[in-house]
Design a binder for this molecule. Structure first.
Ligand SMILES: Nc1ncnc2c1ncn2[C@@H]1O[C@H](COP(=O)(O)OP(=O)(O)OP(=O)(O)O)[C@@H](O)[C@H]1O
Length: 210
């Protein structure tokens, strides 16, 4: 999927978060969105994916040269972020069944295989509320990485992961990138090493405006 931002600006109350951002995110490329804490990386991801409205400017989407309406973006979007919650009252098996009704896994990946590749076989029937923070993060990432969705957004993907978890993320990100438009919001190089493009949010005017 191609995403074209034109003159994109976002303001909360009197504070401009970014201003006049014009950029094309090309299909099948991975872009790191970089900037210090509070610079607006998550806000930009949410604006680019159509989940919050820009104050000014526009975002357009296209797939294979055809325009995609903003209301059709969610079905093409997989998103993992610290602020997106899992349903704590479900077991792992129940959660995967529920989630994949709306966001199917890529062809050839079953729920059982997803559990195996997360190394969570022993936790199949455990409630999500009883998962450790690292297990929850691995689950969020696996559901996004292995979703059958051409647009993948990863916000601070190694949050709560230990060294093994980071290596796991890198392996499975590499395995699932091909052909997708990937945006990674990060400050940690090991999260976005695979990105061929970088966008520094502080280049887009907001600092000067604060
Ligand atoms: N809904 C909102 N209402 C008002 N202000 C908001 C809202 N969401 C974010 N902000 C503000 O926008 C700014 C950017 O926040 P954002 O979470 O996008 O930054 P970030 O770069 O992702 O930060 P971090 O690296 O700490 O995750 C912050 O000053 C934040 O307080």
């Amino acid at each position: 999927m191609q995403i074209t931002a034109t003159g994109l600006s976002k303001r909360f109350a009197r504070e401009w978060i970014f201003r006049d951002l014009t950029h094309t995110f090309e299909p099948a490329t991975a872009t790191a969105i970089l900037g210090p804490n509070g610079a607006g990386k998550s806000t930009l991801l949410n604006t680019l994916s159509g989940q919050i409205l820009p104050t000014q400017g526009a975002v357009q989407y296209a797939e294979a040269g055809r325009a995609v309406a903003v209301e059709d973006v969610p079905q093409r979007l997989a998103y993992a972020a610290p602020y997106l919650e899992l349903i704590e009252e479900l077991t792992l098996t129940e959660l995967i069944r529920f989630h994949t009704r709306f966001k199917p896994l890529r062809p050839g990946v079953s729920a059982g295989q997803l559990i195996t590749l997360m190394y969570l076989e022993k936790s199949r029937h455990k409630l999500i509320r009883d998962f450790s923070s690292g297990m929850k993060q691995r689950l969020k990432l696996a559901l996004a990485l292995y979703a059958d969705a051409p647009l993948l957004l990863l916000d601070e993907p190694t949050t709560n992961l230990d060294r093994t978890g980071v290596a796991w993320y890198q392996e499975h990100a590499a395995a699932t990138l091909a052909g997708r438009t990937v945006l990674v919001s990060s400050n940690v190089p090991e999260e976005y090493d695979f990105c061929t493009e970088q966008l520094l949010i502080t280049d887009f005017g907001a600092q000067a405006a604060r």
